[in-house]
Design a binder for this molecule. Structure first.
Ligand SMILES: [Zn+2]
Ligand SMILES: [Zn+2]
Length: 455
């Protein structure tokens, strides 16, 4: 048996040369090219502590076990998306099988704004690389409890949506206050569904927050919560737009701050999300993260205009109060009471309006969770998207059975699927059965069903 600390850190670079929203868009291939140059110049790839992998493609089945892509997975993803998700899966596989001690998927397109239902691109994301990888590990590798820590300047609203009702996936996001930045969510009162209360934790930071606040949150909130939750696998959605030079964010984190975060958090796998200061931040932040993952000295990783920012007493006070409040919620995580006004029969339900900024789509959802004493319950989502100019994509019904569903929830959801096919009320009907690793989709207009199964 070799000591875990002797195993290398796995890296995948995938700049996705052939995918861009537009040629001048901030989310473009140069984001990774500068990092790659820097890492080669510093000789990082020659170190025995680092091992580079070539990415593989995720399958459309992997995507369909996380997302309801309307009408089909193939309509929402390109090969670049499959590679970005496949890279995360490959490194996760290597970590679980003990080939590497941890990993960093330096990939694009990013994913953390992609929600469970996908009608198009939101916040530069089509599919959620981390969520797809996490669901893969749980279906195929017997991993039960996962924690995802999102360190992007934007709230990880897609990841939050996907695991909102999941008691075994802890999602913690710290980000710039949603009143001042896209997507406008991620407040402290967003805490997860009734069966997964406080397994979603949001820390909206005032603009201008520095490494001091970042590390305060890690030491006083994230690490204590992780020590209670005891995840089998820790993921870092590594967004780097909290950097002080980022053109989209207004925060003041540095490469040293990000590296220290990584050292403290000890994620099994980091997956790149945002970060748009392609010369002044990304090469340094990425280098800091890689060195920290590999257990190497990162103290010399300093941006050209590095400075040690001092937090104001006022801002620090706000952050300390927020951390206290969230720790109280966490302590009471098993004492949720459900308001009867949110219930219809056995279902906990709410409506959602989701805006796709990149593709200008407005989606309306009615989400219902079947409350069950024996399992987390299945989810039913009615979705309708308005693509602008009066075009609508028709209505779809999405049914999702959790991995540890009880037999009666499985039967009930499968019956609903068959009924909805016959009723012809929906343009598309989907059944995602995680407990059986099975996906079914039905196109009402053509009377065609498609299915995929885990192999
Ligand atoms: Zn971002
Ligand atoms: Zn059940």
């Amino acid at each position: 048996m070799s000591n875990a600390s002797e195993k290398p850190t796995g890296l995948i670079f995938f700049p996705a040369f052939d995918w861009a929203i537009s040629p001048t868009h901030p989310e473009r291939e140069e984001r990774l090219l500068y990092t790659r140059d820097q890492i080669f110049e510093e000789g990082i790839m020659d170190l025995p502590q680092v091992s580079e992998y070539t990415p593989v493609l995720a399958t459309t089945h992997d995507i369909a076990m996380t997302h309801f892509c309307v009408p089909r997975v193939e309509d929402q993803v390109t090969e670049a998306h499959l590679i970005a998700a496949g890279a995360a899966i490959l490194l996760a596989d290597e970590i679980v099988s003990g080939q590497i001690k941890n990993g960093f998927a330096l990939v694009r397109p990013p994913g953390h704004h992609s929600m469970r239902v996908v009608h198009g691109n939101r916040g530069f994301c089509n599919i959620n690389n981390e969520a797809i990888m996490v669901n893969y590990l749980r279906r195929r590798k017997g991993i039960k409890r996962v924690a995802i820590i999102d360190s992007d300047v934007h709230h990880g609203d897609g990841t939050q949506d996907i695991f909102w009702h999941d008691p075994d996936v802890l999602f913690i996001s710290f980000h710039q206050d949603g009143r001042t930045i896209f997507p406008g969510t991620g407040f402290t009162n967003e805490l997860g569904g009734p069966g997964a209360y406080a397994r979603t934790i949001n820390i909206p930071l005032p603009p201008g927050a520095t490494d001091e606040s970042l590390l305060y949150i890690v030491d006083n909130l994230i690490l204590p919560v992780l020590s209670d939750f005891k995840p089998d696998f820790i993921v870092n959605s590594a967004g780097q737009d909290n950097h002080f030079t980022d053109p989209l964010g207004s925060m003041r984190f540095t490469a040293q701050g990000y590296a220290r975060l990584t050292e403290k958090l000890r994620p099994d796998l980091a997956v790149l999300e945002g970060g748009y200061a392609i010369e002044t931040a990304l090469p340094y932040v990425n280098m800091g993260i890689i060195l920290a993952l590999a257990g190497l000295d990162y103290s010399a990783v300093l941006e050209p205009d590095y400075q040690k920012f001092k937090e104001s007493a006022d801002l620090a006070g706000q952050v300390h109060r927020m951390v206290d409040q969230l720790l109280q919620r966490w302590a009471k995580r098993d004492q949720v009471s459900i308001s009867q006004s949110d219930m219809t029969g056995n279902y906990f339900q709410h409506t959602k309006r989701i805006y796709y900024d990149t593709d200008n789509i407005q989606e309306n959802q009615l989400e219902k969770l079947r409350l069950c004493d024996n399992c987390p319950g299945y989810l039913s989502i009615e979705t309708k998207a308005n693509h602008g100019y009066g075009q609508t994509g028709g209505k779809a019904l999405c049914l999702s059975i959790p991995i540890d569903a009880c037999a009666s929830c499985r039967t009930e959801a499968a019956d609903l699927y068959e009924k909805a096919k016959k009723a012809r009320t929906y343009s598309y009907v989907y059944l995602q059965d995680k407990s059986a690793d099975l996906f079914l989709g039905y196109d009402t207009a053509n009377g065609k069903e498609w299915r995929s199964e885990g192999s």
